[in-house]
Write a protein that binds this ligand. Structure first.
Ligand code: HEM
Length: 231
């Protein structure tokens, strides 16, 4: 298959690389973030209650829809997703504490000087630790280590931060291209699952931790017990 856009021919290899890029960039990132999100909800049941209430308020769901997950998901329009401010804040708070790319960086293309005067030679690597930055009180205040989605909400509306402060999606011209898509995907999955089930950590599990990899995986996964909701 060869596609044409204007005068440019896009080769099969180019198309393949773009699709692969989206699959690699888009799968583990959202899947791991959702795992940390459900872990945080198990640890913070009041946050879960607030999201479940927001889902009911925003979707105006009634009992007749409760047994039909397909119908529920089919009704999740962009307008509805955009109204889920508290869920958006909770996903963002999850990424602040558990950024799926915990370490990222760049290589200097040419000699340069950083804003603090530090000199770089061509080929020098510059790295930042999103995991550490998300937990620094000098950036987020004294409660930096607390999971508190409310820090992102003002008058019920989600308030974004500068991408140079909230660095989970990187910042600048090469920041994540799939950010909006990722939120949309994670919100749909979270809403569909939370509307029908509540979760608790499986028996014998109290805490989970991460495995040091390129992405922030949960070590040994997240054993959960799912309980159907009854309204
Ligand atoms: C929670 C979800 C996600 C997070 C936290 C995330 C984070 C990031 C980060 C930190 C980068 C910069 C990597 C680097 O160049 O050093 C990046 C790049 C990128 N992301 Fe995401 N990502 C997520 C989901 C997605 C999804 C769902 C897609 C696509 C479907 C996607 C597509 C991309 C692409 C294409 C780039 C490369 C952009 C460029 O180099 O110009 N991401 N992402």
């Amino acid at each position: 298959m060869e596609s044409k856009k204007g005068q440019t021919t896009i080769s099969d290899k180019y198309l393949r690389d773009i699709i692969l890029n989206f699959m690699i960039a888009g799968k583990d990132t959202t899947a791991n973030t959702l795992s940390w999100f459900f872990y945080m909800l198990c640890k913070n049941p009041l946050v879960e209650d607030k999201i479940v209430q927001e889902i009911k308020d925003v979707t105006c769901s009634n009992e007749s829809k409760l047994n039909n997950i397909d119908e529920f998901v089919a009704n999740l329009t962009d307008v509805i997703l955009d109204k889920m401010h508290y869920l958006h804040a909770t996903l963002t708070e999850t990424l602040r504490l558990y950024p799926v790319l915990p370490l990222d960086g760049r290589t200097a293309d040419a000699p340069d000087v950083l804003p603090d005067g530090y000199k770089l030679e061509k080929g020098d690597g510059v790295y930042y630790l999103a995991y550490a930055m998300g937990r620094m009180s000098s950036i987020w205040g004294e409660d930096a280590e607390e999971f508190r989605p409310e820090r992102w909400i003002n008058n019920g509306i989600f308030q974004p931060e500068s991408p140079f402060k909230f660095v989970a999606f990187h910042a600048g011209p090469r920041m994540c291209l799939g950010k909006d898509f990722a939120y949309r995907q994670m919100k749909i999955v979270a809403m569909a699952i939370l509307h029908f089930f509540k979760f608790k950590l499986a028996n014998g599990i109290e805490n989970v931790t991460y495995k040091v990899m390129f992405t922030l995986h949960l070590d040994k996964g997240l054993p959960l017990t799912a309980i159907p909701r009854s309204y």
